[in-house]
Design a protein around this ligand. Structure first.
Ligand code: NDP
Length: 287
């Protein structure tokens, strides 16, 4: 039976560390979350982010714009937040309504406030990072950052391991593959055109699922003793389930993350950590 990687407990610890630092800061870091429309799932995420911010003593601003807001109006909001000294990090909740072009909105966030590393400049920085890069300077996307912390919490070394990532989105699949490569894993990225997915996943010492399909990874796709990380959040009649069939896979894996209570809370804790990092970077630039 696999050992549980407790994302909730790890996230609590991370938030506690951030809180201790924030308490000593004269100017509190600030996070703005922008949401367009009223998608119920996005609403829950935005509220959790606001709650975490307040818990650690940070300034939080939630901007909720109506579904039919024009691109120009959304951009105006982003520009206002770019120029607001109270705000160190800006996050635009995705998905956005269809009439808005995600890349245009994301590109408008100034790179110094791009708290989830959505901007192509920051993603490029992540790609070229090496041993000379100051870890405190680099902004790492929140979900992949949390995933690395969860893998490392097992005490197992990533170096030399075979890692398989299922999914290649810009916010989860691609950046986690880069981070695992940076940690010296041998990485395979799978997607909807992968010919024999099971043959790939069965080779994985570390398996990351970011597919968006409930219970997609089954027990017979897992190598015995593997570290299995489930990024999926899928709403079903039976509640929220991951991309990994937890019941089956926990019989085979060595370590596994639950859903809920795994990658989700760690993503929010990393968002808070990144806001603090950006605030510190901003303060040192002013000196
Ligand atoms: P996307 O929909 O952007 O990407 C899904 C990926 O899965 C694509 O690369 C797609 O391949 C691949 N895929 C789809 N079907 C198959 C298949 N049959 N076989 C192999 N690969 C397949 O999703 P995201 O990366 O944004 O999100 C993934 C999951 O993670 C979702 O459940 C989402 O809710 C969750 N999530 C959780 C977060 C958290 O905070 N915990 C944060 C962000 C996301 P292709 O590219 O070929 O289409």
């Amino acid at each position: 039976m696999a050992q549980l990687i407790d994302g909730k407990a790890l996230a609590k610890k991370t938030r506690g560390n951030v809180k201790e630092i924030v308490e000593k800061m004269k100017t509190k870091p600030g996070l703005a979350v922008v949401m367009v429309g009223d998608d119920p799932a996005s609403k829950i995420y935005v509220s959790s982010k606001e709650k975490a911010c307040i818990e650690v003593g940070m300034y939080s601003e939630k901007v909720i714009l109506p579904e039919n807001t024009s691109e120009e109006e959304v951009l105006k909001t982003i520009h206002r937040l770019n120029n607001d000294k109270k705000i160190n990090g800006i996050l635009v909740q995705v998905p956005l309504p269809k009439h808005l072009t995600e890349s245009v909105i994301i590109d408008a966030i100034c790179v110094e406030k791009d708290v989830d590393c959505f901007h192509k400049y920051n993603l490029g920085q992540l790609l070229v990072a090496d041993e000379h890069t100051n870890a405190n300077e680099l902004i790492v996307p929140c979900t992949p950052k949390g995933i690395i912390e969860m893998i490392e919490s097992t005490g197992q070394s990533i170096a030399g391991k075979k890692a398989v990532v299922v999914g290649r989105s810009n916010i989860v699949g691609k950046p986690i593959a880069i981070l695992l490569l940076e940690k010296n894993a041998t990485v395979t990225v799978c997607h909807s055109r992968t010919k024999d997915l099971k043959a790939e996943t069965l080779t994985a010492d570390i398996l990351v699922a970011a597919v968006g399909r409930p219970n997609f990874i089954t027990g017979d796709m897992i190598k015995k003793g593997a570290i299995v990380i489930d990024a999926g959040i899928n709403r079903t009649d039976k509640g929220i389930v991951g991309d990994v069939d937890f019941v089956q896979c926990s019989q085979v894996a060595g370590y596994i993350t639950p859903v809920p209570g795994g990658v989700g809370p760690m993503t929010i804790a990393c968002l808070i950590e990144n806001t603090l990092l950006l605030a510190k970077k901003g303060a040192s630039l002013k000196k």
